[in-house]
Design a binder for this molecule. Structure first.
Ligand code: AMP
Ligand code: MG
Length: 508
């Protein structure tokens, strides 16, 4: 089948295109269209055969019922047996909008549409294209998300095309969606009404309109043995191809833990995918990192989530780690989708981050143009099982001097180089709980200990690696002395690497 793809402007809807799309629906065909939540795969909801085609195109199990979309409230009575007063109140408050309500169905709705259930899910979307299409198609359009079953829901026409090209009659391309996660589903056939799927209309919003609302336990409790009441919630939806775990804890611990996990993967020759926030994205150094949106803007995360999950399917990543987000408001729906994508695999960020003691190592010499930079470069050339920022500092640095020429000559003869080095003055910023400070001589250590308050991890290099020797300056001496100093450093740095790796192993 050739899929017709038409761009359509929601501010100036082309009537010919809409007429064509409506006719396809009335004739029992399939048309994908934008809504404010995600793209839907539309069919005539009152036509059993059309429902069958929908399941086929999506590869979706046919016990997973479809949501019927309407454009005007007056259409509700034909398909629902009883309309509780609270449903009218919710409709008045939130329709058109991202809210789906479950009612007892009438005979007008075929079981093919409801997956064999005696209830029907109904929503009135808030999108000009969606509403025009529903009316053009006869008033009742069943529409699950327009993705292949198990893939992330589509938030752009391009995503729909990826999954549905050649399988459906038409795609209406109305640009990117507004919200990005599917509607809130509320079962109105029970008292009090029950949320079956969280969405942009939150529990608080519902309760401020109709009073008490309960939440399906199966959503709240990942270990619940109860089957979720929305049949679709039991499937492993929204799953990216690579495995995914959510790393959960304080944001700073999440970043540390994900960095460690990504580095460990890279040591096995594998690539991590990382779902980061705008606030943290620049902190990652390994893996393929994607910014899912700002922690300060819930809407941006909701809007980007499925796109990011889809993008990872096109990347060569072996495993994906995601930061977690506070579950307030819309973010409850986002975390619900993310947890489903992860198959509820959650990693404790604090536990992982506790396994790495130091994240930065600073070598301190007097002028930071010879011994310190040499030590740093030697350590960078070691096999280290954890990731460290490795730097050097000087106690007396007047300007950003390059490395000493004799030091550079020695390094060159060993296939290393300090040519990009510039001396940096030691300062208070170089002392924190994650940083190991190693000085060349006793006197530098004592100067730091006496001048600064936070001196938890300051040692001489010799002391730390248990080779009781200072690394003295070779300044003004012949090249052979620089060579001897290099040998001493090399021995110490090899022991340092051994010690760091052993500590990493013991912490695992
Ligand atoms: P989607 O259209 O892909 O957003 O999925 C529709 C969701 O609505 C699925 O999770 C269905 O299980 C749920 N749903 C549709 N109709 C009913 C119903 N009658 N009772 C409970 N859940 C429903
Ligand atoms: Mg879906």
């Amino acid at each position: 089948m050739e899929t017709i793809i038409r761009k359509i402007d929601k501010n100036k809807i082309d009537e010919d295109i809409m007429e064509q799309a409506g006719r396809i629906l009335r004739d029992g065909g399939l048309v994908a269209f934008p809504t404010e939540t995600v793209y839907g795969l539309g069919a005539n909801a009152l036509d059993e055969e059309a429902a069958k085609k929908t399941y086929e195109a999506k590869g979706r199990p046919s016990d997973n019922p479809l949501i019927v979309h309407i454009a005007e409230l007056s259409y509700l009575s034909k398909i629902t047996e009883e309309i509780p007063k609270k449903a009218i109140q919710l409709a008045e408050a939130f329709w058109p909008g991202p809210l789906t309500m479950i009612f007892k169905k009438t005979d007008a709705v075929p079981y093919g549409t409801t997956g064999g259930l005696d209830t029907v899910a109904v929503r009135m979307p808030d999108d000009a294209i969606a509403r025009a299409l529903i009316l053009a198609g006869g008033g009742y359009v069943s529409a699950p998300s327009a993705n292949t079953s198990g893939r992330p829901s589509p938030t752009s026409a391009k995503h729909v095309e990826e999954d549905m090209d050649g399988k459906i009659d038409m795609i209406l391309d109305g640009g990117s969606v507004d919200i990005g996660v599917e509607s809130t589903i509320v079962d109105m056939t029970v008292v009090p009404p029950m949320i079956l799927r969280p969405g942009a209309v939150t529990k608080e919003m519902l309760e401020s309109t109709i009073g008490e609302v309960q939440v399906d336990r199966a959503i709240l409790d990942e270990n619940s043995t109860q089957a979720p009441k929305a049949p679709g919630m039991k499937y492993r939806h929204y799953a990216p191809k690579a495995g995914l775990s959510i790393v959960q804890g304080k944001t700073e611990d999440e970043v540390k833990a994900i960095k460690q996990l990504a580095y460990a993967l890279s040591k096995q020759g594998k690539t991590a995918g990382i779902i980061a926030s705008a606030e943290t994205v620049s902190e990652y150094t390994t893996g393929i990192v994607k910014n899912v949106g700002a922690r300060s803007s819930q809407g941006s995360v909701a809007k980007n989530l499925y796109r990011v999950l889809r993008e990872f399917d096109d990347e060569d990543v072996d495993y994906i780690y995601s930061e977690s987000f506070a579950t307030e408001g819309l973010m409850e729906a986002v975390m619900n989708r993310l947890e489903k994508a992860a198959g509820h695999q959650i990693i404790d960020a604090a536990q992982v981050s506790a396994k790495q003691k130091y994240r930065r190592i600073i070598f301190v010499s007097t002028t930071d143009n010879c011994r310190g930079p040499m030590a740093a470069e030697l350590l960078r050339n070691q096999e280290l099982s954890q990731e460290y920022v490795i730097e050097s500092r000087g106690m007396v640095v007047l300007f950003p001097e390059p490395a000493n020429q004799k030091a550079e000559a020695i390094m060159k003869s060993r296939q290393m180089s300090l040519c990009t080095h510039e001396a940096v003055q030691f300062s208070e910023k170089d002392l924190d709980d994650d940083t190991l400070v190693l000085t060349m001589e006793e006197n530098q250590k004592w100067k730091i200990v006496t001048d600064y308050e936070f001196v938890k991890h300051v040692y001489t290099l010799g002391e730390f690696v248990e080779i009781e020797e200072e690394v003295l300056s070779s300044y003004g001496q012949p090249l052979t002395e620089y060579g001897k100093m290099f040998e001493t450093l090399q021995k110490m740095i090899a022991k340092l690497a051994e010690k760091l790796n052993a500590a990493a192993e013991n912490n695992v």
